[in-house]
Design a protein around this ligand. Structure first.
Ligand SMILES: [Zn+2]
Length: 155
C-alpha cells in the first residue's frame, strides 16, 4: 500500500498503528517458536539428552515458519476472495493497482484511491464511491458484511 502525502503528520499518523501491530505479531510469533522449541526439546531431551534440545529448537523454528506461512496463505486467500477494493469502473484495475492517499477530512481520516485509468474513488464505511472532479460522490460499489463487493443499488 502506497501512502503519499505532502503532510508529514498524516504519514506519521497512518504508519504508527501498523508498526505497533507488526511488533505485537512478531512477539506472539516468537513466543510460539519458543514454546514449540521448549516443548519439543523437553520431550526429545529424554531420549537424546542435550542433542534433543538442539533438535527441539529446530522443530520450534520449523513450526514457527509453518505458522507464518499458514497466516500468509490465509491472508492471500482472504485478499483474493474479499479484496479491500473492488475492480475499477473500467474493469482494468484490481485492488492492489490503486494508489492510496490518506487525507484528513472534517476531523476524521479518509482514504482516496486513484486507479490507473485516472478515476478517483473514496471509501466511506462499506461504500466505495466514485469521486468526481467537483468533489461530489457517486455510489459505485457496496460491500456488506460477509459478502464481496457488489454494485451499489444507489448507483
Ligand atoms: Zn482503472
Amino acid at each position: 500500500m502506497k501512502v503519499a502525502s505532502d503532510n508529514s503528520k498524516t504519514v506519521e499518523n497512518t504508519l504508527l498503528p501498523q508498526r505497533s501491530q507488526f511488533t505485537v505479531f512478531h512477539v506472539l510469533w516468537l513466543s510460539f517458536v519458543f514454546i514449540c522449541a521448549y516443548l519439543a526439546g523437553r520431550k526429545l531431551a529424554i531420549y537424546w539428552g542435550k542433542a534433543g534440545w538442539v533438535v527441539g529448537a529446530l522443530v520450534g523454528v520449523a513450526c514457527g515458519f509453518l505458522l507464518f506461512h499458514a497466516f500468509w496463505l490465509l491472508a492471500t486467500l482472504y485478499q483474493r476472495f474479499r479484496p479491500l477494493r473492488p475492480p475499477c469502473r473500467q474493469g482494468r484495475c484490481r485492488s492492489n493497482d490503486y494508489e492510496i492517499r490518506v487525507i484528513a477530512k472534517e476531523g476524521s481520516w479518509e482514504s482516496e484511491s486513484k486507479c490507473k485509468c485516472g478515476d478517483m474513488y473514496v471509501r466511506r464505511g462499506n461504500r466505495f464511491m466514485l469521486l468526481r472532479a467537483d468533489g461530489s460522490t457517486q455510489p459505485y460499489m457496496l460491500r456488506r458484511r460477509f459478502h464481496n463487493w457488489e454494485t451499489d443499488k444507489l448507483a
